[in-house]
Design a protein around this ligand. Structure first.
Ligand SMILES: [Zn+2]
Length: 124
């Protein structure tokens, strides 16, 4: 190894709460980025999306190991909010599902009654 452009302390990087990444300016004009998930997974290489440079992030993995699990690798806080909303919806949907089930059952009963009477009508 030793191919890093630089070694940067995590304290010197900037936290982007929206994208949930730490970033540091890259000489190419873009910026190196590393996500909390990567840090938690003991990855310490922040990459620049615009060039081939990488930096090594100096940090304590213990600071990140209790981080809540995040399904998405990329994606910003927006997606996380959606996930939270989904959770609430699921609870609401459960009650709705029960009502739907009742409605379907009633509809089926009506339907079978209708079919039965139609069958009767055909038979007659
Ligand atoms: Zn760059």
């Amino acid at each position: 190894m030793g191919a890093y452009y630089d070694e940067i302390e995590i304290e010197d990087m900037v936290w982007d709460a929206e994208k949930r990444v730490y970033h540091y300016p890259c000489p190419c004009g873009d910026r190196f980025e590393i996500s909390r998930k990567q840090l938690r997974d003991y990855e310490d290489i922040a990459t620049c999306p615009s060039c081939s440079l990488v930096i090594r992030v100096v940090y304590d993995p213990l600071d990140f190991e209790d981080d809540p699990d995040e399904d998405e690798d990329e994606g910003g806080g927006e997606q996380e909010e959606e996930d939270e909303d989904e959770g609430e919806d699921e609870e609401r949907d459960e009650e709705k599902d029960r009502e739907d089930e009742k409605a379907i059952k009633e509809a089926l009963e009506k339907l079978s009654v209708k079919e039965v009477s139609r069958a009767v009508a055909i038979a007659a």
